[in-house]
Design a protein around this ligand. Structure first.
Ligand code: AMP
Length: 211
């Protein structure tokens, strides 16, 4: 890594937050080595994340994690650390459109589950279950198949790259809950602490780094 890449690295503070929810609803037990997995993943995220000011609109500090995913070691470490959040309790991993897809299938393979794509509105054929929500910038909707995948009683770990205001993840949790699933937790690579997403969550949150 050169000095230019270094200066683009986002300043992050590693924290040990596995299993702690915004509402204080309990902690899930760490497995052996989970803290170590998170430490290594956090170091790679710190080193490789590109922070972009005023994208996609003025005032937004965009955390571009794609260089982390493009790095073989970074990707492996992030996948393993997020998969540890399943604690063997999830039987399905839900990745949120679109960067959550990059993580979702890897986490599912590592956790020994299948993967569910939570799609942006209009991408899935009917019938679908829909949920609209507010973004940090704009409004959006998410969908899952209404009857093509049995979600009733499934124990789902939700995965995404960045938790900002929490609108996207909360909409996903609501959507999956309406479909009859039990969301056992949410796992993200990066949490933007100042935007309060954690406080809106009603399920345990794992974030590898907080900025
Ligand atoms: P939110 O619903 O506000 O928590 O936004 C989370 C979703 O929007 C995630 O899918 C992120 O990929 C994306 N996102 C929102 N804000 C940012 C940001 N500042 N940097 C990178 N991604 C973001």
């Amino acid at each position: 890594m050169d000095a230019a890449q270094m200066s683009e690295g986002i300043p992050v503070t590693e924290q040990d937050v596995t299993g702690e929810s915004g509402t204080g609803r309990g902690r899930t037990a760490d497995g052996p080595g989970d803290a170590d997995l998170r430490r290594r993943a956090a170091a790679s995220v710190q080193r490789l994340t590109r922070s972009v000011a005023d994208f996609p609109q003025p005032g937004v500090q965009f955390a571009d994690l794609t260089p982390v995913f493009a790095d073989a070691t970074g990707l492996r470490e992030v996948i393993d650390a997020l998969a540890a959040a399943a604690h063997g309790r999830a039987d399905l991993v839900a990745g949120i459109d679109a960067r959550g897809f990059l993580l979702g299938s890897g986490v599912a393979l590592a956790a020994g589950t299948g993967v569910l794509a939570v799609r942006k509105q209009g991408k899935l054929p009917p019938p679908v279950l829909s949920q609209t929500y507010q973004l940090e910038y704009g409004k959006a909707g998410l969908e899952v198949p209404a009857d093509a995948i049995a979600l009733e009683g499934r124990r789902v770990l939700v995965v995404d790259d960045v938790l900002a205001t929490g609108g996207t993840v909360c909409a996903t949790v609501d959507l999956l809950t309406r479909a009859g699933a039990e969301v056992i937790g949410v796992a993200v690579v990066m949490e933007l602490e100042g935007l309060g997403g954690r406080d809106r969550l009603t399920v345990p949150l794992t974030s590898l780094v907080a900025v």
